[in-house]
Write a protein that binds this ligand. Structure first.
Ligand code: TRP
Length: 445
């Protein structure tokens, strides 16, 4: 046992733990997805519902996942089965989901690279929509950028938990915050910007429907990387004595601040009527191009998006790698290569499914949307419900309590609330939202 714990990697300290986990949480979900979902659902009204989902569902689930990891010091599959025999499948289901997410997430990550370079060299001219379509439906260009991104990931993972992930997070996250602040200050300084912001953040409850709750919850889970084993593995790398609830609160706060700031940046540029991927990749470069030194701002924006994506994808990769290393006895290098190859294969199909292979569809969805929808609509809620049930009902109360209260302070104070939310509120609310989500999905087919 002692040998096992010393052999495992781990984060050097509190700050590293927070930065790495915040890196996992803060991603395309915050900067690319949150603003457009917000604008689709009536701005301020959506934000209020979203914040409730983060606080009452997302935060307790993040605490649950950190605790399972920190308590068992294992990869996701062994972590659940070590606490309760027969529950390893829950970790496996998370790892399968995160692998599927990697399939399309890496493709979008690759785009950010192309856009950062194209903005820096001022080579997107004229029609931004046409540029986007031509690039993303092309064969080689998006693949090459995606491969570069996957390899960058690979080499960070090979560096180990402290030498790779921790080091990278300590460089990337501060840089990300600086770029975010620079862009936010600039956008608030634009006079039209402040007006546009007022319009977006003023709640419009007439746009709220059942779907609003669905999307708010889905977004809250997605942005906190819930249920996929990534946060569990990072929790397993926390030092002894780390305050679990305290760390989770820091991560959730940073994640929420970044999402709201990204919305400020995007809406003050006056693009609230765009939706989907078009928002970040078409509307933003267009808006920047009309500003003085526009290509500098555009480059910074895509750099921001790329950094956020990179710090998220390393946690996805690490979760699956840790499984191959600990459960299948591979070396870290071999395990990482295997995950890299799986990611390369899935991302290749996902990227081509937007162009050359767009003719192959299932339920009217290409492979890219299939990965996105299946993980977001089916897997995410199921994993959320089962994680809550596991920690709230299956894990021995005394053990769970000991894990969560050992460090005192805020952890001990929040324990009863967290337990109540995990036992009752999360399973019930998430189940309701899940069922209505499925009904809504099939109605729209
Ligand atoms: N949280 C990430 C974002 O907001 C996306 C994400 C979802 C994720 N599930 C994950 C990241 C699992 C790492 C691991 O973009």
């Amino acid at each position: 046992m002692a040998a096992e714990t010393t052999k495992r990697g781990g984060f050097g300290g509190k700050l590293a733990a927070i930065l790495a986990a915040a890196g996992s949480a803060i991603g395309l979900g915050n900067i690319w997805r949150f603003p457009y979902i917000t604008s689709e659902h009536g701005g301020g009204a959506f934000i209020i519902i979203y914040l409730c989902c983060i606080l009452f569902l997302g935060l307790p689930l993040l605490i649950a996942e950190f605790s399972v990891g920190h308590n068992s010091k294992c990869n996701p599959v062994d972590a659940f089965s070590k606490i309760k025999r027969g529950w390893g499948w829950l970790g496996a289901a998370g790892l399968i989901s995160v692998t599927l997410i990697m399939g399309y997430y890496f493709v979008i990550s690759g785009w950010t690279l192309n856009y950062a370079i194209a903005s820096a060299t001022n080579s997107i001219d004229g029609d931004y929509g046409a540029f986007f379509t031509e690039f993303t439906t092309g064969t080689w260009a998006p693949l090459i950028f995606t491969y570069i991104f996957i390899l960058a990931n690979h080499f960070i993972i090979i560096g180990g938990v402290q030498g790779g992930i921790e080091k990278a997070s300590k460089v990337m996250m501060p840089l990300l915050f600086v770029i975010l602040i620079v862009l936010a200050v600039y956008s608030l300084w634009l006079p039209d910007g402040r007006e546009a912001l007022g319009n977006v953040f003023t709640p419009d409850f007439s746009k709220v429907s059942g779907k609003t709750f669905l999307d708010a919850m889905g977004q809250a889970f997605f942005t906190l990387s819930i249920g996929m084993g990534a946060m569990l593995v990072y929790g397993s790398y926390f030092k002894k004595g780390t305050k679990i609830a305290g760390t989770a609160i820091s991560v959730v706060s940073l994640d929420t601040i970044v999402a709201l700031t990204a919305a400020v940046i995007i809406f003050s540029a006056g693009v609230e009527n765009e939706s989907g991927m078009q928002l970040a990749f078409v509307a933003m470069p267009k808006v920047f191009s009309a500003m003085p030194a526009g290509n500098v701002w555009a480059t910074l924006f895509f750099l921001l998006l790329g950094l956020a994506a990179l710090s998220s994808t390393i946690s996805m990769h690490e979760a699956v790698t840790s499984y191959f290393v600990e459960k299948r006895g591979m070396s870290r290098k071999a395990g990482a290569w295997l995950v890299t190859f799986i990611a390369l294969a899935l991302a290749t199909v996902a990227s081509l499914s937007l162009g050359a292979w767009s003719g192959f569809t299932v339920l009217d969805m290409n492979f890219f949307s299939l990965l996105d929808n299946f993980t977001a609509i089916v897997m995410l809620p199921i994993l959320g419900i089962m994680t809550a049930v596991f920690v709230g009902w299956i894990w021995r109360k005394e053990d769970m309590k000991a894990e969560l209260t050992a460090e005192g302070g805020i952890d001990a104070k929040t324990y009863p609330v967290v337990r109540f939310l995990l036992r009752y509120v999360c399973p019930v609310l998430v189940s309701i939202v899940f069922i209505f989500g499925l009904i809504d999905f099939f109605n729209n087919l």
